[in-house]
Design a protein around this ligand. Sequence first.
Ligand code: ADP
Ligand code: ZN
Length: 438
Amino acid sequence: MDIKSPYLHPEYETLSREEISKLQTSRLQETIKRCLQVPFYAQKFKEMGIRPEDIASPEDIRKLPFTTKQDLRDTYPFGLAAVPLSDCVRLHSSSGTTGNPTVILHTQNDLDEWANQVARNLWMVGLRPDDVFQNSSGYGMFTGGLGFQYGAERMGMLTVPAAAGNSLRQIKFIKDFGTTAIHAVPSYLTRLYEVMQEQGVDPRKDTNLRVFAIGAEPHSEEQRKRIENMFGVKAYNSFGMSEMCGPGVGFECQEQNGLHFWEDYYIVEIVNPETLEPVPDGEIGELVLTTLRREAMPLIRYRTRDLTRVLGRSCPCGRNHVRIDRMKGRSDDMIVLRGVNIFPIQIEKILMTFPELASNYLITLSTDNDNDNMTVEVELAEMFTDDYARLHSLTKNLTRALKDEILLTPIVKLVPKGSLPVSEGKAVRVVDKRKVYQ
Ligand code: ADP
Ligand code: ZN
């Protein structure tokens, strides 16, 4: 294994399971001590009779209380700080996809560790200081901007803070600066490819691109393969969330067999969202994360609402940090239509298997004549909107394939390429216009 980066405590990357367990135990004790500075946690620990010395193994985490997004909102903005504000040097706020934003504080050490985490990931997928890294993600409060910026710089790469959008400028940077790696949301990369096609730019011949970091939004394995085949570039899944720092929490290695979640930084649990009991490896449940290094705002058993499962705890790459499956979606992204539970990613998976279709799609839920319906609009890869026979048979085949996957029949609409909205940040895949009966 190639772990020679001078920046990243490489010794932690290859710890055995036993060593991980030992390290987590002592770091969890330290975290509890830090949490005693937060009245919210101090009170809960007191009520539950928890002391740092009661923690004898990472499994003892089950004695601790959960933390929810609502707790962050209730204590907005600084109520969960474990250090004085004068020790904090930055704050970020979650993008508020699912409600009011929440604030996350960072000390200088937090920022340094975060940069180390991101740098570790970029090194893991084969990037080196002579690479040119273009960060085509939103900057500002969204952690994908500064998070990757500092991580890529820490690794020593020439880093281009291109930010999101403006595809013509992105393409110019890629060509002029010899960009070899890009970080972006997957939905944006498919759009960038379309603009390259319009501009007559062949990414294989006209660019030096070789690595993508894609993440921040759920995407299917099929979508990833599509992106890889479009550009001839390896695309690695990157998981992050503001509450844990931002990007860098979990990342795929070159085996591309799940996201290594860094267990020297977090304790990872998968629980049944109803009973809150742990589920066995391989079973889908809610991802729950505990920070082990964060100073400004440590979080205990944070309920992420992301649904996923453990794939394994060893890997041919030599890293034993737990491997987590790509996210199925957030529990609050789940569509319930006529009593059937559907995740948008199930629909995407099917769409991506049709080469006639482009990558942008929109799911609309509506109530028509007292019936709830789902309409799936998807862009065509080529313009054959005049060939009615072909359109008809494609619509029919697609409707059938979707029905097999989601168990109800959606209305399928094929639309010309470029006609659906593209967001600069995380893609909006579902619009719910249903009437709510109370
Ligand atoms: P917000 O919570 O407002 O969307 P964040 O930027 O903190 O703001 O988003 C974190 C969330 O983004 C995660 O909880 C998860 O739902 C989603 N996410 C991040 N990375 C990935 C990924 N690689 N795959 C799927 N979902 C992801
Ligand atoms: Zn691996």
